[in-house]
Design a protein around this ligand. Structure first.
Ligand SMILES: N[C@@H]1[C@@H](O)[C@H](O)[C@@H](COP(=O)(O)O)O[C@@H]1O
Length: 284
């Protein structure tokens, strides 16, 4: 697992957006070959979505051949409710990029048969050949998507009852009234995310510091579900300084020393191509 430590949330947003852009470009997506991207909601990824929309507007990237799969949504909120993740994704990202609506997949928390909805979602991911890159955020209790503490680390998409901490953390979006927060959600499982080729987890702010400590410095534990990614081959956790407050100085130093290597992970495809063709030209 890699840990990329940057100064501010804005740096995290920019790094993450460049990483996503590079992954999609390097993949060379086209009508016969779609890139499959898993996406989160929450306050943390907003900056990344803004940057990606900007890159798309400037013609640096296209999402035409990208299939998108969202992590989760509440049960019982109409899709046009301002706090539904359908609404969030459309207003914060999809309406700003060149997507084809047929490539957008979001769990329907209003489906008549919720279990079937979850099973079908897993099937859809399988049919698309799995997820290339799953992006996630974490809750203050270390949950990924809505995989609350105690969730099975081999879980699949299912209905989940939310923990009190999650209701508390998310009531800021519901007039600070905990009774307005839906108590159930549909969520991809930990294993659904673990199956992705690459995983990028965004963590910012001191409220996530304890969770980051558990996910990085303690063992794999179903009480901190994002700790499961210690056992994934290609997971990058990316955080700001504030989120490192509970980490050991030694850990922070080690990963910060790798920042030059981490920079290579977002080196632009174009500049790499130009510099290698320049090299060929100079060698002649
Ligand atoms: N289900 C979502 C998670 O997917 C998200 O990662 C988390 C953190 O949100 P925020 O980024 O607003 O802290 O909130 C919710 O619980």
């Amino acid at each position: 697992m890699r840990l990329v430590i940057l100064d501010k949330p804005n740096d995290v947003a920019e790094w993450a957006a460049k990483y996503v852009m590079k992954k999609i470009k390097d993949f060379n997506a086209g009508p016969e070959k779609y890139f499959t991207l898993g996406l989160p909601t929450g306050g943390t990824p907003l900056g990344m979505y803004k940057k990606l929309a900007e890159y798309c507007k400037n013609g640096k990237i296209s999402f035409k051949y990208v299939k998108k799969y969202n992590m989760d949504d509440y049960v019982g909120l109409p899709p046009d409710h301002v706090q539904s993740y359908h609404y969030y994704m459309f207003h914060n990202f999809f309406k700003h990029i060149d997507i084809d609506p047929k490539n957008v997949h979001i769990l329907d928390g209003n489906a008549t048969d919720l279990e079937k909805e979850c099973d079908d979602y897993e099937e859809k991911i399988k049919e698309a050949g799995g997820i290339r890159l799953f992006i996630g955020g974490i809750g203050p209790d270390g949950h990924i998507a809505f995989n609350e503490p105690g969730s099975s680390l081999v879980s699949r998409t299912r209905v989940k009852t939310l923990a009190h901490e999650t209701l508390e953390a998310n009531c800021r979006f519901f007039d600070n009234d905990i009774t307005k927060v839906p108590t159930q959600a549909l969520t991809v499982g930990v294993q659904t995310v673990l199956d992705a080729d690459d995983v990028l987890i965004l963590i910012t702010g001191s409220s996530k510091a304890l969770a980051l400590h558990h996910c990085i410095e303690e063992g794999v534990n179903h009480m901190w579900t994002a700790s499961a990614f210690q056992q994934h081959k290609h997971t990058i956790m990316i955080c700001d300084e504030d989120a490192t407050q509970e980490l050991k100085v030694k850990t922070v130093k080690y990963f910060k020393n790798l920042n030059k290597i981490h920079e290579k992970l977002i080196e632009e495809y174009e500049s790499k191509r130009i510099s290698s063709s320049m090299l060929e030209f100079c060698e002649k």
